[in-house]
Write a new protein. Structure first.
Length: 340
């Protein structure tokens, strides 16, 4: 498999030997919206996976609020519930309680969820459930918050719920429109995400523009409320223990971060810098490292997250190397110019 035209983004060393390399694309926008730095193929369409959840949460919020302030579901998508709708939770009991509250508010049970059954990602919770003889469930799946929010929006608007994942459903059409609007680019493709929801492809640069739009939105706007909920409740975006999105937002208050499967990550800083990463091997191992290195190179204030810039490589339980950024800022553009 060739890595061209992708750039080398991170390198794994063990006892001084380069053991692995991660290739892909990364783009950084400055606060004006101009591309400050890029490597690889930043304009190539990608499938953002769960990195797109903040926009899906935004579509649910605006759809539900269109029912009017007299709706019994007015104000349900707020605070931890809105953060959970935009996040990929770890199935902690506290996460599940919020999902159940959303479903109850909509007059539904977890049987209405169309996401797959799964074990919680939180290890302690998973082991406890297994010891208790419980089975995998839809509500423990890391996308159940998003699905519950979709159901809330559908009920608020009087839309059908059994087919809420159909790309032709009014909610999914509104989501596609929100994706295109924030990205400043048309949806490149419609696929099916791992949770069964429609997945809207867009250029990596468009993904960075999406995160920039969320952090620079006018105070009180729906976009700002999604970003504010995520930043105020980062444990509902990820988890309480060792979740990279949560750890990054805790290390840098005011930063917005959301990753997705197959090596995708979007990050935006309060001053308006934004970065999007796609590791072409699909590994998320180095995406936070890459994003922070890219933002730092563009002059974004990320110094307080220095401890997240490198991940130790262990040998016998002791550090013997590290995973660190190794971004070749010229590799991608040079190859594209040669192709043109």
């Amino acid at each position: 498999m060739t890595t061209a035209p992708y750039a080398e983004l991170a390198r794994v060393t063990r006892n001084g030997v380069v053991e692995s390399r991660h290739f892909g694309s990364v783009v950084v926008l400055d606060p004006s919206g101009a591309v400050a730095l890029s490597a690889g193929v930043p304009d190539e369409p990608v499938l953002p996976r769960s990195t797109l959840k903040p926009v899906q949460a935004l579509a649910c919020l605006t759809a539900a609020e269109a029912a009017g302030p007299a709706s019994p579901l007015a104000g349900v998508l707020a605070g931890p519930a809105l953060a959970l709708a935009a996040g990929s939770h770890t199935g902690d009991d506290r996460h599940v309680a919020v999902v159940r509250d959303l479903l109850t508010a909509a007059g539904l049970t977890e049987e209405a969820l169309r996401c797959p059954v799964d074990w919680p990602e939180d290890e302690a919770t998973r082991e406890r459930l297994i010891r208790a003889g419980e089975q995998r469930s839809r509500i423990r799946m890391n996308c159940s918050g998003k699905h519950a929010a979709m159901l809330v929006a559908a009920v608020a608007r009087g839309w059908s719920t059994p087919d809420y994942l159909d790309p032709a459903h009014p909610l999914q059409r509104e989501t596609a429109a929100a994706v295109a609007r924030l990205a400043g680019a048309p949806v490149s493709t419609v696929a099916v995400d791992g949770c069964g929801a429609p997945l809207f492809g867009l250029p990596l640069t468009g993904l960075a523009r999406t995160f920039q739009a969320l952090v620079t939105a006018a105070p009180g706007s729906a976009e700002a409320r999604v970003a504010d909920a995520m930043r105020a409740h980062p444990e509902h975006v990820g988890g309480w223990h060792g979740h990279p999105n949560t750890d990054l937002m805790r290390a840098l208050p005011g930063v917005l971060a959301k990753g997705g499967a197959e090596g995708v990550l979007g990050v935006a800083t309060p001053d308006g810098h934004a970065a999007a990463v796609k590791a072409i091997d699909g590994s998320p191992r180095a995406t936070t490292i890459i994003a922070l290195a890219a933002l730092a190179a563009a002059g974004a204030p990320v110094e307080a997250a220095a401890e997240l810039r490198r991940v130790p490589v262990l040998g016998g339980g002791e550090p013997v190397g590290e995973v660190a950024a190794a971004i070749d800022w010229t590799a991608g553009p040079t190859r594209r110019e040669e192709e043109n």
